[in-house]
Design a protein around this ligand. Structure first.
Ligand SMILES: [Zn+2]
Length: 237
């Protein structure tokens, strides 16, 4: 039997801790935002993640939108796909007024990827019945993952995130753009919902979806003024 005491261990690996939360400079687009109507915000509904608020700090944020391989004239389903893309691009343009976004042609280069695919139905365990419930199908879903990004002139990797948006292939006039607008709002940092149906980040679908509201942007701006661990290098112990 061998024993090792802490003093015996020759540990050459250095330990890295999560970055300390700090604020990033406010993007000019948000800095210049004037609240025209004196509207308030719903910042209190926004939840920070274990890494802090989901703030982008390198602009433009790169967005990939899945594209059809066939021209619109090829078939009815190709045309549907093209319409879907057009509607998603409208939502990307809507947000570009408030945060610099850039379309990229390869998903692997993107910070936010938008796929024409229905979100999977995830069974939820019901403690009372001891069975799994199947929730109703949703038309859209946004999810994020953290990763470490190596940067040449910085010793420690940077805590970063990526977003994936799944958006139903169904093309419904106004609703596809509204869904894309809503999910993009989540991906740009609004990780929560508004209680008012006049905001793009209202928690439910509405018959006549609103454009991005002053309250949406007030909320976004307050989020970007918060400290976050994202976009900062890990700390050596
Ligand atoms: Zn939502």
């Amino acid at each position: 039997m061998t024993h090792s005491s802490p003093g015996d261990a020759q540990d050459n690996s250095s330990q890295l801790a999560l970055p300390i939360p700090q604020t990033h400079p406010l993007p000019t687009t948000l800095e210049q935002w004037q609240n025209p109507t004196g509207a308030d915000d719903y910042f209190s509904e926004i939840k920070p993640t274990p890494a802090g608020y989901l703030i982008w700090s390198e602009f433009p944020v790169k967005v990939y939108v899945e594209r059809p391989t066939e021209p619109a004239e090829a078939s009815a389903s190709a045309r549907q796909f093209h319409n879907w893309v057009d509607d998603v691009l409208t939502a990307v343009e809507d947000w570009s007024l408030y945060l610099p976004l850039q379309l990229v042609t390869q998903a692997q280069d993107a910070d936010i990827s938008i796929w024409r695919s229905s979100p999977p139905i995830k069974p939820v365990f019901n403690r009372e019945t001891g069975r799994f419930d199947l929730p109703r199908a949703r038309s859209a879903e946004a999810s994020y993952k953290f990763y470490l990004r190596e940067v040449l002139d910085i010793d420690n990797p940077i805590l970063s995130h990526r977003f994936t948006i799944l958006l139903s292939p169904e093309h419904i006039i106004k609703q596809t753009t509204a869904s894309a607008r809503h999910e993009l709002g989540h991906a740009l940092g609004i990780w929560g919902h508004s209680p008012l149906e006049t905001d793009a980040l209202y928690f439910s679908k509405v018959r006549n979806p609103p454009p991005i509201s002053a309250r949406d942007i007030n909320t976004l701006k307050r989020i970007y003024q918060q400290p976050t661990r994202l976009g900062w290098p890990l700390v050596s112990n």
